[in-house]
Design a protein around this ligand. Structure first.
Ligand code: IMP
Ligand code: MG
Length: 176
């Protein structure tokens, strides 16, 4: 059972933050054309807004990492990568993630990517939960910091619900 979601970041705050991240990315990739790799499913709304703010040439690909059940905790292992159609050898790769929590998923994904010899790998996450970090991943671009609390909306789910909320919200999950 869940309580009514409470707004943490409004759609206006999100738009400002996405624009700020886009300016940071443009500054860093002035003479490059990065390949943005969105991690499905949570990043799809963020990535869609982000690329429309970017005024540099970009390409987009998506991956799905099958490590999560439908629950709220990371199972800790990336079992498989689905997608990643584009070759990444020699490319400037920018990973786009919804939330970095323990960082375990991202760490393993980066290790897999590096074996394919990209020119560079940077990380962009809309939400950073630093307090829960276990793996040593460094975020190059971050939207919002949140404490150890569960958030939904703007593409982010709880058991597949709430992705359609236009604001980023906090929910309390009550065990049944
Ligand atoms: P971790 O960094 O490997 O622990 O896992 C991060 C992933 O767990 C995120 O990409 C989300 O898919 C999911 N996740 C972590 N925290 C939340 C949350 O507050 N709401 C919804 N999903 C979350
Ligand atoms: Mg995710």
């Amino acid at each position: 059972m869940t309580e009514q979601p409470e707004i943490l970041f409004t759609r206006q705050e999100i738009q400002k933050t996405v624009a700020r991240i886009a300016r940071e990315i443009e500054r860093d990739y002035r003479d490059a054309s990065p390949l943005l790799i969105g991690i499905l499913q949570g990043s799809f709304v963020f990535l869609a807004d982000l690329i429309r703010q970017l005024e540099i040439p970009v390409e987009v690909d998506f991956v799905r990492l099958s490590s999560y059940g439908s629950g709220m905790e990371s199972s800790g292992a990336v079992k498989e990568i689905h997608g990643l159609e584009k070759p990444i050898g020699g490319r400037d790769v920018l990973i786009v993630e919804d939330i970095v929590d323990t960082g375990i998923t991202l760490k393993r994904f980066i290790n897999i990517l590096r074996r394919r010899h990209p020119a560079s790998v940077r990380l962009c996450a809309l939400i950073d939960k630093t307090a829960r970090r276990e793996a040593d991943v460094v975020l190059d671009y971050t939207g919002f910091q949140v404490e150890d609390e569960f958030v939904v909306g703007y593409g982010i789910d709880c058991n597949e619900r709430y992705r359609n909320l236009p604001d980023i919200c906090h929910i309390k999950v009550i065990p049944e």
